[in-house]
Design a protein around this ligand. Sequence first.
Ligand code: C5P
Length: 256
Amino acid sequence: MTALAVLTAAGSGVRLGCDGPKALAVVAGRTVLDRAAEGLAAAGVSALVVTAPESELERFRSVLPGHVPSRPEVPVVLVAGGASRQASVAAGLEAVPEAAELAGVELGEDTPVLVHDAARCLTPPEVVGRVVAAVEAGSVAVVPGIPVTDTLKEVERAGTSAPEGGSVLRVVGTPSRSRLRAVQTPQGFRWAVLLRAHEHGRALALQESTAATDDAALVEALGLPVDLVEGDRRSLKITTRSDLLLAEMLLGPDPD
Ligand code: C5P
């Protein structure tokens, strides 16, 4: 496999209830950041660009000192992230040529480039492999996804208030569950397409409220096809305290 990755890790730890960035939260003895970087390297990714909160670059460097700790041959370029995930990815893309050069990889228009959330630090290597293989086989953009177990409703504001406070929403549709997938990362793209999609959607990145929550949506906005491969339930996104506990349970008892 020849693939490069942008690992997004510039988010805060507010919803997780931790003081610092979520990527520095510890899951069963190791940081989310370390686990996510090691996971991509173990799957065969050649080099990583990691987005960090600007004020945390030094702490991130102590976890990833220019390369993936157990794999000195996998270089890591750290960059400061932006105000939204989309802005962070855009900042990361600027450093992909440097990461490719450090790894001795020739970066061509069709080279597979992944975008992965550090928060999904338990993603099995097979998922990374499936995504890269699909790009290599000709897909323009690929997302891993899993069937949804909840019934999902589309809602609108109903204009009334609940007696106990909060708002009442009006259900306007029930999409068929068989046609829905919950999508995960890493998402994989041909390098030239990922660049073009971010360039096209640049104006949206300025605010969290308008920014794209995944990169595939930016490719869809270009009118290009996005393909879906099988994801994995272990690829959960650690967002809240209960996700962290579930991740620790999935990792099993600490051998120490
Ligand atoms: O906040 P959420 O968990 O949805 O963020 C998804 C991923 O994007 C996380 O790994 C987070 O660190 C990253 N992120 C980022 N820059 C931001 C916001 C989130 O790199 N401004």
